[in-house]
Design a protein around this ligand. Sequence first.
Ligand SMILES: [Zn+2]
Length: 200
Amino acid sequence: MNSYMIRKLLAKLFLSIDKTTSSVGSNSSRVLDDELQRSRNNARELSIKNRDRVYAMVKEVLNYYNTVSCQCAYPRFIQYTSIDCRDYDGTFFVLETEAFIEHAFEYFDVSKINNGEESIRSIYTCKKCKSTFEYGWSDFSIAISRAYLKPIQIMAIQIGAEADTPIPVVMGLCGHKLRTMEFYDMVTFDDFLAYIYELK
Ligand SMILES: [Zn+2]
């Protein structure tokens, strides 16, 4: 779950606790515990459901890119996969970036190179257009790791719309040291889909 969602859920939770404390007597602490647990469970379920939905959407979009051309022809694909917290001195990942890179794997040939500053580094070559990308992966803690896929040479004729800012995200950032949210725009699933499908 990203920090924006956590903040929203906590705000909601505190509001409901306020209401509870004013209306219950001696049982209030047990009621609060139940309420807190329920809210936590709901938040966790919602987060998993939303995450799965983003991954499913991205899988479908990549499939579409590859029926029309390939992912390399879409600047917005490259925009998401190129996000790298190290460029902003942060330790975070963007869920949409992770989804794109994970599902894009099947459309590339992969060859390992020396790791440099990363835990894993590879060259990804598009099976269709032969564009090349550098893949890197590192972890910063047990919970936080991030991957990137940055273009080296793009061979495909660009057919997707140009990348725009702020970057639309449904789930967004998760980590310890985040980039400020002014660079990201929390949007609905529909707006996210429209953005990644848009043509020139
Ligand atoms: Zn390609």
